[in-house]
Design a binder for this molecule. Structure first.
Ligand code: UDP
Ligand code: MG
Length: 140
């Protein structure tokens, strides 16, 4: 049994449609605890830094301006195999390919505006959590 933490972001398309509560219910129903959470709006500089790993991709500029287009909710989810479990709850990157019942299948608007972000590995989870939260903001 491995208790992990992962960074989750509820993206601007989802906050615009007031889906924060419904998305959070998915996490909690699956046994993932929301141990930190805040709502904020990214600057372009912050979005570019967060997604720096994708800097060479054709979608990078668009993605960064989309992520600044409205409020986001950043959160730390904690639970057994939280990183992989959250990726399963989220569904595939492109909502058109996401399994039925996943957040992206139900709520995603497009491959870009796909409602949620989740860390993809333990090293990126540590990095991404530290990008948004200090230790004293994470309350298990
Ligand atoms: N994205 C996009 N076009 C693409 C692929 C990805 O706009 O062709 C966006 C999408 O919002 C995605 C984010 O870039 O969530 C990061 O891409 P990644 O491949 O890391 O997908 P994820 O890990 O979010 O499933
Ligand atoms: Mg990713």
């Amino acid at each position: 049994m491995t208790i992990e933490r992962t960074l989750s972001i509820i993206k601007p398309d989802a906050t615009r449609r007031d889906l924060t509560g419904r998305i959070n219910a998915r996490f909690e129903e699956a046994g993932l605890k929301i141990v930190a959470q805040k709502r904020l709006r990214l600057t372009l500089e912050q979005a570019k830094a967060f997604y720096a790993v994708h800097a060479e991709r054709a979608f990078y500029e668009d993605l960064c301006s989309y992520m600044c287009s409205g409020p986001i909710v950043v959160q730390v989810l904690e639970g057994e195999n939280a990183i992989a479990q959250n990726r399963e709850i989220m569904g595939a990157t492109n909502p058109a390919n996401a399994d039925a019942g996943t957040i992206r299948a139900e709520f995603g608007e497009s491959v870009e505006a796909n409602s949620v972000h989740g860390s993809d590995a333990s090293d990126t989870a540590v990095q991404e959590i530290a990008f948004f939260f200090s230790q004293i903001e994470i309350i298990p």
